[in-house]
Design a protein. Structure first.
Length: 202
């Protein structure tokens, strides 16, 4: 039975409830909150979402989200481009940047190797990392991957591919608990894990 007096409200709730972590009740609250706002504020929200989807790009160098072809981090002359921190996705870049402990650059894989989920080496941005090493003067690769089986598998794969192409490959220290994603680690722990990184060993 339809409990909504408006088809438009029902459609909005249906779409909002598709967002991660948003249940039906929260979607109703959000939709009703939007209705209470000035039209200009609601339009601003809608336009921001449309522009986010249609105009945001992925950096051609590191695959981080960007407003331009090259992201703000890669184009920052104050960053140390000789150190590349390899992460699973853009949320990890945000988490590490929030620590204020890292001044190198990044490479976003866009996932980790997980045969159970049908994700193989060809499904992550590994080839472009190899290309970067052939064009850029890189002294160290930091593997800042999840402390999971999939993260370890990905790290081992990258180590085998990159070991003869760069002087140093290190991993963040295990201040991050086994099984944790980087985005859920507190800033102090994550910052120390970056600064106290250790050489990769298998």
């Amino acid at each position: 039975m339809n409990t909504y007096s408006s088809r438009l409200l029902e459609e909005a709730v249906s779409e909002l409830s598709k967002l991660p972590g948003i249940g039906r009740r929260t979607a109703v609250r959000l939709a009703l909150h939007i209705l209470k706002q000035d039209v200009a504020k609601s339009e601003s929200l809608g336009n921001a979402i449309i522009k986010l989807r249609s105009e945001v790009k992925y950096c051609e160098r590191c695959h981080n989200i960007s407003d331009a072809d090259i992201c703000a981090i890669c184009s920052d002359s104050k960053r140390d481009t000789s150190i590349i921190c390899v992460v699973e996705d853009v949320r990890d870049v945000m988490a590490i940047e929030n620590t204020g402990q890292f001044r190198g650059v990044y490479h976003v894989l866009g996932g980790v190797i997980s045969p159970m989920d049908g994700v193989g080496p060809g499904d992550i941005n590994a080839d472009s990392l190899v290309v970067r090493l052939s064009h850029e003067n890189v002294a160290e690769i930091i593997l800042a991957l999840p402390a999971t089986t999939e993260g370890d598998t990905t790290g081992f794969y990258l180590f085998k591919r990159l070991n003869d192409k760069v002087n140093s490959i290190s991993v963040i220290s295990r201040g991050v608990a086994i099984g944790d994603d980087l985005e859920f680690a507190d800033e102090i722990t994550l910052g120390k894990s970056i600064t106290a990184r250790v050489p990769y060993s298998r």
